[in-house]
Design a binder for this molecule. Structure first.
Ligand code: BGC
Ligand code: MG
Length: 507
């Protein structure tokens, strides 16, 4: 059963969702205690950010053991209980895997450091001698996504200056060598480990990463990502999943080009592709329409399912992105209705349903390595990772009985789950209603859309073979609604017109 084709998948940033033991860090038991909320919200599946053993330099995206739970998040028994309970609540559980790199504390990397250049231990990563007579210049000029060079020099076991290793992210995240069969075998083992425990699928982090050009010396082309060989890795992953009916893989694919993107969701590769194109579009009708058209055309070419997302743990939250304040909230609500009206799967990021803005954080509490590695020229991603407010007030807002790992802003007091459940005009009430209609209303059919003519700065589309119309007013003036009965609006209509920063569903 291809349940993912119109699923709403809710990304849980495990550190920030709910803390059961008062250490200020969210955990698996915390998620387990909130399953009733997720059922009430009406999502179909969870996508858990990495919770495996990790020194947490990149908050779990630096995995030291991909088949063990980090003690800060719980243990395997808690994980099994979470999956069983989620299934009882009608929720599927998917987890995020990070196959591009490991932690520098992974036993393989430790062994690599203790072994000589040219050894099988080093061959699981990308070790290279440096350039120049003393080897003090990195093997090539690649930069890391987090800033600075993508290479770090190690000391040889005898104490002398040694080779360099490749890391496209932080130095604590050495890239694996995907020409090494051991690396493939280990991922397959990890996939089966979690599939056998009952997970319903995976989200593959940096799915456009993994494979690199054969020659990483100075003349290496600037193709750090989207190497053609990566598709063989996805075919392997898919072949494993095909032995487990009803399981899904979605890839986080960051490639600029729609045609290149489509290659990842060919029939024998990933079921779904996740990208941030709609999330990165400004709140302008033309930009939103271009993002939707490009994404639909890409997947249509390979008969794949579209996947939409407005938010993740890597980008500022929609409310903030769209300008903050009341206009930011109104626009985020409007865009949520646009995303949920489109055919295909939707990924929500925890807190999106509450209309949370990014938290403004003092530099001293910021933790994302992006900040320091970039100079700092970038603030890092902590602002969208602040824990969720459940009820009550500071410091923990029901997220924790202790001190939250990032301070939660005063503004979150009005945005708690408890407050919003009581308020029929809240963002939470809007999203619940939208998810309910999406699931139960017969107009949500059809795999494509047809665009309607719309006033300047506005857009309107209809689902193929259906009467469902979604209209968005991103202009500065109220506009008449398209014909039809109003099913839901993201904010109040004004004299029957659709005001600025508002969207409507009609049938
Ligand atoms: C994840 C980031 C992470 C990076 C390195 C990205 O795709 O979404 O949060 O820092 O991969 O693992
Ligand atoms: Mg905890």
């Amino acid at each position: 059963m291809q349940w993912w084709r119109d699923a709403v998948v809710y990304q849980v940033y495990v550190r920030s969702f709910s803390d059961s033991d008062g250490d200020g860090v969210g955990d698996l038991e915390g998620i387990r205690s909130r399953l009733g909320y997720l059922e009430l919200l009406g999502v179909d599946a969870l996508s858990l950010t990495p919770f495996c053993t990790s020194p947490m330099v990149d908050h779990g995206y630096d995995v030291a053991d991909p088949r063990a739970v980090d003690p800060v998040f719980g243990d395997l028994d808690t994980f099994d209980a979470l999956v069983a309970d989620a299934h009882r609540h009608g929720l599927r559980v998917t987890i995020i895997l990070v196959p591009n790199h490991t932690s520098n504390e992974h036993e393989w990397f430790r062994a690599a450091l203790e072994s000589a250049p040219g050894s099988p231990e080093r061959a699981r990563y990308h070790f290279q001698p440096g350039r120049g007579t003393d080897g003090s210049t990195p093997p090539n000029d690649w930069t890391s996504e987090f800033g600075g060079p993508a290479w770090t020099r190690v000391q040889d076991p005898d104490g002398g200056a040694g080779e360099w290793y490749l890391h496209l992210f932080a130095p604590e995240q050495p890239d694996l060598n995907w020409t090494n069969p051991e690396v493939w075998a280990d991922l397959e083992k990890t996939l089966r480990f979690w599939l056998d425990r009952g997970v319903d699928g995976f989200r593959i982090d940096v799915a456009h990463g993994m494979c690199k050009p054969a020659d990483l010396t100075g003349s290496a082309p600037e193709v750090r990502f989207d190497h053609d060989d990566v598709h063989d890795v996805h075919r392997m992953i898919r072949a494993v999943l095909d032995h487990y009916p009803g399981r899904m893989i979605v890839g986080e694919i960051s490639v600029g080009d729609d045609a290149r993107f489509a290659r990842y969701v060919r029939p024998d590769e990933l079921h779904l592709g996740f990208h941030l194109r709609l999330a990165r579009a400004p709140f302008e009708a033309d930009a939103v329409r271009a993002a939707i058209e490009g994404s639909l055309a890409a997947v249509a070419a390979v008969e794949a399912t579209p996947t939409w997302t407005l938010s993740s743990h890597d980008v500022p939250r929609p409310v903030t992105r769209y300008g903050g304040g009341p206009a930011g909230v109104a626009r985020a609500r409007a865009m949520a209705l646009v995303g949920l009206a489109l055919p295909g799967a939707v990924h929500l990021y925890n807190g999106e349903e509450l209309g949370l803005p990014d938290a403004e954080l003092p530099d001293a509490v910021r933790q994302d390595p992006v900040r320091d590695r970039s100079g700092p020229t970038r603030p890092g991603r902590d602002g969208c990772r602040v824990p969720l407010p459940w009820e009550g007030g500071p410091p923990g807002y029901g997220f924790t009985d202790g001190d939250p790992w990032l301070p939660m802003p005063d503004a979150y007091g009005r945005l708690t789950v408890a407050e919003q459940l009581e308020d029929t005009t809240s963002t939470l009430s809007l999203i619940r209603r939208a998810l309910e209609l999406r699931k139960t209303h017969p107009a949500f059919t059809g795999r494509g859309i047809e665009w309607y003519g719309a006033p300047d700065g506005c857009l309107a589309f209809r689902r193929d073979g259906s009467t469902l119309v979604c209209a968005l007013n991103a202009s500065a003036e109220p506009v008449p609604l398209p014909p039809g009965d109003v099913l839901l609006t993201s904010g109040p209509l004004v004299d029957g017109d659709l005001p600025p920063d508002t969207a409507a569903w009609l049938v």
